[in-house]
Design a protein around this ligand. Sequence first.
Ligand code: AP5
Length: 215
Amino acid sequence: MEAIILLGAPGAGKGTTAEGVVQATEYIHLATGDMLRDALKNGSALGKLAEGFMKRGELVPDDVIVKIVEARLDGGSKDVRYMFDGFPRTLEQAKLLEDSFKRRGGMVTHVFFLAAPRELLISRLTGRRICRKCGRNFHVINIPPKVEGVCDLCQGQLYQRADDQEATILNRLEVFSKQTESLVAYYEKAGKLVRIDASMHRDVITNGILEMLKK
Ligand code: AP5
């Protein structure tokens, strides 16, 4: 079992990059934000627990997150490669992930840190639109759909995430900047951190990562 991690602030392009990497490789995309939004949609106990934290732009407690990731790893085969998106987010989560992989005889090979200026992150998040049906990401200016409000791929309806309102965005960015330093230092010390300029075109970012994974 191996894993790579996409680390980056809200709006840095973790989900967008993940889409590109998944199309070209066999990595399994595991995004804790998506897992929580699914739980919310299904009205499960996990969704109810996470809802308030997500609405406020705060982090869901570490023990809850680690439990859902562990459950996913337990349910999967041992020979897979995971691409974590939005996980780990705290030093505690990173250490628990390390222990979990050690127990399974696996390892994290690369941590791609997508970094972009704050103004760019805000404009990406306020302009983001997502397809209700297939989950494809768009942006009203950078990656506009051919028909406004309609997904190019499946003709599903596009919507704006509840936490993409400006006040919540600012809180999410604040929470991220508080957690980042220790996480970056942790993976830098482990020799796994690769810094990426997330303001580049999405294809350049994806291709750069694919090149590094080939080595
Ligand atoms: P989560 O869903 O993980 O959200 P996030 O980290 O805030 O990140 P986003 O999904 O908003 O951004 P992204 O980096 O994926 O950007 P994207 O590719 O979409 O988490 C949501 C909440 O769940 C958290 O606040 C927390 O409450 C909870 N949670 C989740 N995981 C947790 C954890 N591990 N621990 C505790 N709590 C957790 O791109 C954004 C926009 O920009 C899109 O419109 C896209 O089209 C555009 N774009 C992207 N890249 C480019 C590019 N290169 N050029 C031009 N446009 C681009």
